[in-house]
Design a protein around this ligand. Sequence first.
Ligand code: C2E
Ligand code: MG
Ligand code: MG
Length: 659
Amino acid sequence: MIVRSHAPRSTIRLFVVQALVALVPVLLLFAVLAATFRTEANRRGLAEGRSEAVLLARTAVEPSLDGRPLGMGLSPTEKAGFQQLAANAMGRDLLRLRLRNLQGQVVFSGDGSGFGQTPEPAALAATRGNTVVLLTHLNADGDNSGPVGPQAVEVYLPLRAGTPDQRVGVLEVYLPYGPINADVSTGLSSLRNVLTIGLALLYLALLAISWQVGKRLRRQVRLNAFLAEYDPLTELPNRTLFLRQVTHALGAGERQRPGVAVAIVDLDRFKEVNDTLGHHNGDLLLKVIANRLRGAIGPDDFVARLGGDEFGLVIGGSEVEQTLGRLRTLINEEVEIVGLPLSVESSFGFVVAPEDGTDADELLQRADVAMYVAKATHAGVVRYRPEQHGGEPGDLSLMAELRHAIGADELVLHYQPKAAVFDGRIEAVEALVRWQHPTRGLLYPDSFLPLAEQTDLMDLLTPWVLGAALTQIRDMGALGADLTVAVNVSGRNLSRSEFAKQVIAVIEDIGLTPDRLIVEITETALVTDPHRAAAVLIELASAGIRISIDDFGQGQTSLGYLPELPIYELKIDKSFVFDMLDNKAHASIVRSVIDLGHNLSYRVVAEGVETEEILDALRVAGCDVAQGYLLARPMPMDQLGPWLAQATSATTATTVSVN
Ligand code: C2E
Ligand code: MG
Ligand code: MG
């Protein structure tokens, strides 16, 4: 039941439109060519008419003249000659033959027409020595009478005679245009035919090209449409189409489909497959899993690849949890990749609408929370419960506000120094985030971080803290020149395989060396997906960034796992440090952790150092670094500079007095 964004266009219709559009310039060209041919034919016709008239004048008319101007009248011999000429030629070769005097008046007319009429301008032009050739019809001129006759070439030609040669009058002849036209057109018609065929072929070629281009364009459009909504590797719908599908499945109002489940599936330890077998084989595995899921869901269900090793499902029916359990088993089934039998575990988080929500975004976010719980607790398939979110009804709106706060620079960093127990030298400062909330005032991390931890907000918050802390330390100048900054990183960040690259890029961008950064990870953050976390930590450490295990003693890290990680320091959880003077068990734990750390070549930090007595006890136990209210409370950047200046001079003074 895939929801498509648009229907495919009719290929034929598109082609017909293109064909019609291409026809317009071809027809225009044809019309221009036809007009050019017509003009050229007329031009040639007139030239031929003129030549015939000149021939007639030079060979038949002028030799018969005695040299006197025609205005003086024709001699009987002349008159008889012209009558004979007219009788021979009129009708066949000539339509009309007239002679005019130098005033333009008709003095001889083969058909008796034109006597006594006012001469037309063309006749007068000829009396002045110009030859005028016109395409006209017989009797079409103003000075003619009688019915309009066939098309003709009308020529007015000055006549010359006598010695010396002088203008004596004008010859006016009408030559039938039909034979001239036939003659001229024969010459042009083969050229016209070639051009017409050429144009037709050009049009066909245009059609063929537009068909080809159209076909390629349509293929590209189909491909683009596919890539916009599908994942090219698995050919499953992508996140965009999945979101639309979830919205569609939820319907609205009365159309709402009851009992629709939305699940988010994440593969466990997929990064390891990629790292050990290569990305190509990782891709093969994803394809196999995608095919299994596609083949196993019902006709009304939907599966998508949301990115990386994450899949989304929309499932109907009453036994959702069992169905998802079956799909999980299916994913887990062994698959052979490059000859190796492989099986991947997966974590499923799901919600059921409308019980767990009615809005697509909200449902997906909740399914994601449940998936994260499934991963953290290795529970397989987990349905969302509000407690997973922290439980408070206002939590979701607080998360929306936090998302905005990160972009709007409402977050601030306070810094708490870490000092060497031996000589009090300040080794580093820890950046601790606070939220300057517009209405609630300054919020501490425990009121918003646990929530952010459940959502993708951590992917925005940690880069912000990293960027801000490193920039502020760089901008401290000489006072901060040797200072290292510690930034807390959540387990959620470590579950992103690209996290290490992101951190390295930030530090490079800011222009500090990697040894100026310590990444603090709580021990509990390591248990969610230890393999993926270890891979990220190894990548960070290889780049020169130091790793610190925070709140050590609180979590359940298997001690054997520690040497596998590139650890620089252990921070003993403050709950053991606070009361180590009154609580013998805690004092033993503190001493044991210090020994353990030293045996594994780590530096050991005690946090929560509030009194001189505790500091003395830590010194005796051999602890390396102390952090706590005794030394300083976390403070904003503008107080850190003066504090460091004063602390440095105090340390120097102490060192001098010891010496
Ligand atoms: P943490 O990393 O263990 O940080 C030390 C916490 O102990 C800080 O609380 C600090 O103010 C407090 N502390 C330090 N010395 C003393 C002391 O002598 N006595 C007492 N009672 N407390 C002391 P804060 O700032 O409220 O942070 C709480 C936790 O929130 C941090 O614990 C850390 O896990 C987390 N956190 C803070 N900032 C960030 C951050 O930017 N990103 C992440 N992911 N977590 C953060
Ligand atoms: Mg910390
Ligand atoms: Mg801590």
